[in-house]
Design a protein around this ligand. Structure first.
Ligand code: ZN
Length: 536
């Protein structure tokens, strides 16, 4: 009996036939889709999200493992296999006091060396991205590979496609446009512009909420004049701001992406193509209304439906495609709702924590009137004013760090020197310390002189305004933890709960499509078994 059992153990399981490598990789980023949000709505999904989770490999505990959990750093990790410390994209924006132009505020996907540009009027460019994307790598191996992106935000399209893009389009506030000059606009993009202009011009009456969304409808006053939580995403005609905080925005990107794939024949050539799709509406809904109310419920359900339609169109095309879907970061809900739900420490930051404010307070100590500090808001990177005499810098740094550390809403402060001395973290991202998280998005040439981390559940939005009541950007897990889904036809489905990293996506896709990714060129690792992938 024992021998028989042993013998049985040596019988190999029936080999699972490896399907032919996909010819088209569809990389979808859902801006601000935290694992918390995904899990909350997973039982109610019936469309695209449901299908990817049901048939694919869902990594429920993916991490944008770094501290600067913003759109640009997050997108820079998705298809490069590198942390922001290597991609160079340390934040959405930073201050470069040595920049040649008058405006020292630098946007992540611009080229500030272009004449007549400013932070508000920038020239879109991948200039700041220091590493290669999946599309860049594919084109190096085979120039016939196509590398195309469509996204709500320019920074999503740029960071996912990289330097060697064949085409990328994004919303610039007026129309869907590109930074790649001298190319005729494909018919799909022309159609996108025509249809979108019509829907923008029309009144949006608000969506009808199903019972699961109605159950979340409750108003919260986030300021004396602003209430959120029970809205239906109604919008006035021509409102270019709130047109983005609506499922229509993602639906337009998805419809154009599917049409573009057909028009360009993506996945039908000899080489493997990449189509990056940046879905931004979830982020705008989150910023405008928070993530726990009726508004986000409407967005989640509509996006699920539209994603299902998008996948059905890809199926109908007969192309052998694979999907990876993840997010650039998660998000924190409005503290007003969180407090009511029992998170007693949820709060809005003290406006005095803004670098410019604290720097003004310190100025007289150093015989100055102007702020001795520069920053992009509350928390994150802070720079010492470059005009400070060298002899004062260490004293200003010590005074500023001490002030921040003494504030009850501050978790900790790390100086550039401390961060430079911290080794780049490796291994399971859920086990990283806070300084390790900050290190993963630290770049000695671009980062501030110190970095401020607020306590968990302290929102850096001190004073909410229409369109900006909740945000992300912290090293806390509500901002870091994102789902990562891999799907390809005929794979065995699985839900996996081990902590993985968005920098693991590129090496995994590499194994899936037989593109060699030398391990020393990435921070991540191939995820064995993801959508049936065998890592070599
Ligand atoms: Zn955002």
């Amino acid at each position: 009996m024992r021998i028989l059992l042993l013998a049985a153990a040596f019988v190999a399981p029936p080999a699972i036939a490896q399907p032919a490598p996909p010819k088209l990789v569809v990389a979808i980023s859902v801006d601000q889709l935290s694992s918390d949000l995904f899990e909350a709505y997973r039982p109610f999904f019936t469309g695209g999200f449901a299908r990817l989770a049901r048939e694919g490999t869902l990594f429920a505990n993916g991490y944008q493992s770094h501290a600067a959990t913003e759109t640009c750093p997050g997108h820079s990790t998705l298809l490069t296999g590198r942390h922001p410390a290597a991609t160079g994209i340390i934040a959405n924006a930073w201050i470069d006091q040595g920049a040649a132009r008058a405006d020292k505020n630098i946007y992540c996907s611009e080229d500030e060396r272009q004449p007549n540009t400013s932070f508000a009027n920038y020239k879109v460019s991948p200039e700041h991205l220091r590493v290669s994307t999946l599309g860049d790598r594919l084109k190096l191996v085979s120039p016939a590979s196509r590398n195309v992106a469509v996204a709500g935000k320019d920074r999503a399209a740029v960071m996912m496609s990289g330097r060697a893009a064949d085409g990328r389009w994004y919303w610039d506030g007026k129309s869907w446009t590109t930074d790649l000059a001298g190319r005729a606009s494909p018919r799909s993009i022309q159609a996108l512009n025509t249809v979108f202009a019509q829907s923008l011009a029309a009144q949006q009456p608000g969506l009808t909420a199903p019972p699961i969304c109605l159950a979340k409808a409750r108003n919260y006053a986030v300021s004396p004049s602003l209430r959120v939580g029970a809205g239906g995403l109604a919008r006035a005609p021509g409102d270019t701001r709130f047109v983005r905080a609506h499922p229509q925005f993602d639906a337009a990107v998805l419809a154009a992406s599917a049409a573009l794939a057909g028009e360009l024949g993506l996945g039908r050539g000899q080489a493997t193509d990449v189509l990056s799709v940046g879905l931004s509406a979830t982020d705008y809904v989150g910023h405008s209304f928070g993530s726990g109310g009726q508004e986000m419920c409407l967005q989640m359900l509509a996006l699920d439906r539209d994603l299902g339609d998008f996948l059905a169109r890809l199926d109908a095309s007969g192309v052998n495609y694979a999907v990876v879907l993840s997010a650039d970061h998660g998000g924190m809900d409005i503290p007003e709702r969180l407090r009511e739900q029992g998170v007693a420490t949820a709060a809005r930051a003290d406006p005095a924590l803004a670098a410019a404010e604290l720097g003004k307070l310190l100025a007289p100590q150093f015989g100055r009137t102007a702020s001795v500090l520069k920053g992009e808001g509350i928390s994150g990177d802070v720079w010492l004013d470059r005009a400070l005499p060298a002899a004062d810098r260490a004293r200003v740094l010590a005074a500023a760090v001490a002030r921040y550390k003494a504030h009850p809403q501050v978790h900790d402060v790390y100086t550039a020197q401390q961060l430079a001395a911290t080794p780049l973290p490796k291994g399971q991202p859920d086990k990283w310390t806070i300084i390790q998280r900050v290190r993963a998005s630290f770049d000695p040439a671009r980062s501030g002189d110190f970095y401020v981390v607020l306590r968990e559940f302290v929102s850096p939005i001190a004073k909410p305004s229409p369109g900006y009541v909740a945000t992300h950007g912290s090293p806390w897990d509500y901002d870091r933890r994102v789902p990562i889904l891999f799907w390809r036809k005929g794979q065995q489905a699985a839900v996996r709960t081990e902590a993985v990293d968005t920098v693991d996506i590129l090496p995994t896709l590499g194994a899936m499509i037989s593109l060699r990714i030398p391990p020393n060129t990435v921070d991540g690792r191939c995820l064995e078994g993801a959508a049936g992938t065998r890592c070599r």
